[in-house]
Design a protein around this ligand. Structure first.
Ligand SMILES: *Cc1c(COP(=O)(O)O)cnc(C)c1O
Length: 391
């Protein structure tokens, strides 16, 4: 399967053999426990001598197909899954880091990740250094002071900043650090950090992998030894993915490539349209040539993703009028759904930050983040235009 194209992998990854009774589709195995005809077989599976399942907190046949599909899409040796994206992130960090270790990352990580860095890891005696997101020199200098793990995200949320993965991965390895990349916004269709040298790539499967805003999950991929270490922590920590959810994620993932190509196309068209609109102040989208990270993004991504941000002219009242006038977008958090989701970071992802902190992060008060769905873009543009005309 490794030499197939991404769209083929999305359909066939983990599903090239028939299942129970010749099912072509993945059965949902809701059984908590798995029985054996004799004690010897049971012990062989339990001790890892034979393949099989013992108890669904550790492994489950439906969940294993989900892990296999993501593994294939990221061209990884191994993958393990979690109940949410945050579980993937926190379990990965907790299983790899110990008291006294130092982590280098960026200021613009996902909100929940940033709370781990600022609040929880320091409590466990782990030192965290968060750098200005696109300041590659600062990140490299921080790593030289000692670094167990470099944690990256690109594009970032909500202002779509771009990091040069190849460069930072190389510097991290020179400093002896492991590199973990959150690839949620890009998806395995647009970007494959493992191919650029990263040690681990993780996803909130809640977003584009599942793709329909009806299931939560997380996954991390990388080499067998690292994944075994993370898996072992997760099976004890207990943040396991459920078979029913794994099924929803698998069903969504079969159309991953189709959807992501459409998300990419819709976001680029909307970004180009908004950039020319007289009521728009600024558009943040790495697919635009005017974006400071466009060149790097073009070198490491095959598409620029479905998330963009923009600021409307005027104050926050204009943001409210615009958002309240939209007909074809949910005013809601999250991203990666078939329907367009939109909202201001000021009251969603960055509600806990002050005006000054948002300014430092380069988040204008009148910023709006939009996660394009897969609708016909003509309708979305017409809807945006009628809403902007109310300002
Ligand atoms: C949503 C998100 C997460 C967290 O995922 P959950 O499934 O909500 O726990 C992590 N990273 C990024 C980039 C996200 O967008």
């Amino acid at each position: 399967m490794n030499n197939r194209k991404q769209g083929t992998k999305a359909v066939w990854g983990g599903q090239s053999e028939l299942f129970y009774h010749g099912s072509t589709e993945v059965p949902i195995v809701n059984s908590v426990t798995f029985g054996y005809d004799n004690v010897d077989d049971w012990f062989d599976v339990a001790s890892g001598k034979k393949e099989g399942h013992i108890y669904s907190r550790s492994t489950n046949p439906t969940v294993a197909v989900f892990e296999e599909k993501v593994r294939v899409l990221e061209n990884a040796e191994a993958a393990t899954s979690f109940s949410t994206g945050m579980a993937a992130i926190s379990n990965t960090l907790s299983s790899l880091l110990s008291r006294g270790d130092r982590v280098v990352s960026i200021k613009d990580t996902y909100g929940g990740t940033s709370v781990l860095f600022l609040e929880f890891l320091p409590k466990d005696g782990i030192e965290v250094s968060l750098c200005e997101t696109t300041n590659h020199e600062e990140i490299e200098a921080e790593m030289k002071k000692g670094c167990k793990l470099l944690y990256l995200e690109t594009p970032t949320n909500p202002t779509l900043k771009i990091l040069d993965l190849k460069r930072l991965i190389k510097s991290a390895h020179e400093s002896g650090a492991l590199v973990v990349v959150d690839n949620t916004l890009a998806t395995p269709i647009n970007q494959n950090p493992l191919e650029l040298g990263a040690d681990l790539v993780l996803h909130s499967a809640t977003k584009y992998l599942g793709g329909h805003s009806d299931a939560m999950g997380g996954v991390v991929c990388g080499n067998k030894d690292l994944i075994q270490q993370i898996f072992h922590y997760r099976e004890i920590n207990g943040a396991s993915l459920h078979a029913n959810t794994a099924y929803l994620l698998l069903r969504g993932m079969q159309t991953l490539e189709l959807r992501v190509l459409r998300h990419n196309e819709n976001a680029l068209k909307l970004a180009e349209h908004l950039q020319k609109h007289k009521k728009i102040e600024q558009v943040f989208y790495p697919g635009l040539e005017s974006h400071p990270g466009h060149k790097i993004a073009s070198g490491q991504m095959t598409g620029f993703g479905g998330v963009l941000a923009f600021s409307v002219k005027g104050d926050f009242d204009n943001v409210k009028v615009f958002l309240n006038s939209l007909e074809l977008a949910h005013l809601a958090a999250s991203l990666g759904s078939v329907s367009t989701l939109i909202g201001p970071p000021k009251v969603t992802s960055h509600a806990e930050t002050t005006v000054e902190e948002r300014k430092q992060l380069g988040i204008p008060e009148n910023l709006i983040r939009c996660a394009l769905g897969i609708e016909n873009i003509e309708d979305i543009i017409a809807d945006f235009d009628q809403a902007l005309s109310k300002l």
